[in-house]
Design a protein around this ligand. Structure first.
Ligand code: TTP
Length: 230
């Protein structure tokens, strides 16, 4: 891919022969992933997939996200099974644009959220084993290309503040300890050399930047991403 990718027209996309350059945006709940992704929606050469949270809130009419927060022991398995499916759908979705952005991935669902439920004793070993068998089958049998991981690293204090401000009704009982633990789990996952994502190129962004200055901060990454691609 060349720097020209930014300027490609719709017609040229259809003629574009290669697999898209795929970027995963990761980071704690409320860390600023969506803000970062919104920045790239302006470029016609980039396809940005928002997280399928609407699906998690309406799986055959059931709000699995809400159920999980109300009773993680009962609903954690159902939510994570469904999240794994919705993430897989996004990973394999063909696009015509040369650059693909995804908010989160099948990897963070497994290495952060399933991990956290297991750590908290909210998944039985049997349920965890079923999720794990599915996960292993998928990553060994399905082509899930990843070229870059962007880690939006934000302090748990700021994350808590943002979660309070946005006031998602499912998240209203989230505690600081939960967020802090999830922050550490993200750190361990992305820096741990033993996981299946260890070899992925990683860029760490400072998510603590004030909302008003974020746009400016993100603009710096336009050229960084272009350099990775070219
Ligand atoms: P995030 O995926 O962290 O999305 P966000 O909207 O908080 O991101 P940002 O503010 O950085 O743009 O979480 C969305 C919700 O889904 C959150 O309540 C956590 C939950 N969730 C799970 O419970 N399990 C999962 O595997 C994932 C990916 C999310």
């Amino acid at each position: 891919l060349s720097k020209m990718a930014f300027a490609m027209t719709n017609r040229q996309y259809y003629l574009y022969p290669k697999k898209p350059f795929t970027i995963l945006v990761e980071g704690n709940i409320g860390s600023g992933k969506s803000l970062f992704l919104n920045h790239f929606k302006r470029y016609p050469s980039m396809k940005v997939f928002d997280e399928p949270i609407h699906a998690w809130r309406d799986c055959g009419g059931h709000n699995l996200l809400d159920l999980m927060y109300k009773d993680p022991e009962k609903w954690g398995f159902s939510l994570q099974s469904y999240i794994q499916l919705t993430m897989l759908e996004q990973h394999v979705k063909p696009i015509k644009e040369p650059i693909k952005f995804m908010e989160r991935s099948i990897f963070s669902a497994r290495h952060c959220f399933v991990e956290k439920l297991m750590k908290d004793g909210m998944l039985t070993q049997e349920s965890a084993a079923v999720l794990d068998e599915w996960y292993k089958w998928i990553i060994n049998n399905v082509d899930i290309p990843v070229d870059l991981v962007v880690y939006m690293r934000t302090s748990p204090e700021i994350v808590m503040q943002r979660i309070k401000e946005r006031n998602r009704q499912e998240e209203k009982n989230i505690t600081y300890d939960f967020i802090k633990d999830l922050h550490e789990i993200h750190d361990t996952w992305l820096c741990d050399t033993k996981t299946d994502t260890k070899k992925l190129p990683l860029v760490i962004l400072d998510g603590n930047v004030d909302k008003n200055n974020m746009e400016q901060e993100f603009r710096k990454y336009d050229s960084y991403i272009m350099d990775c691609i070219s």
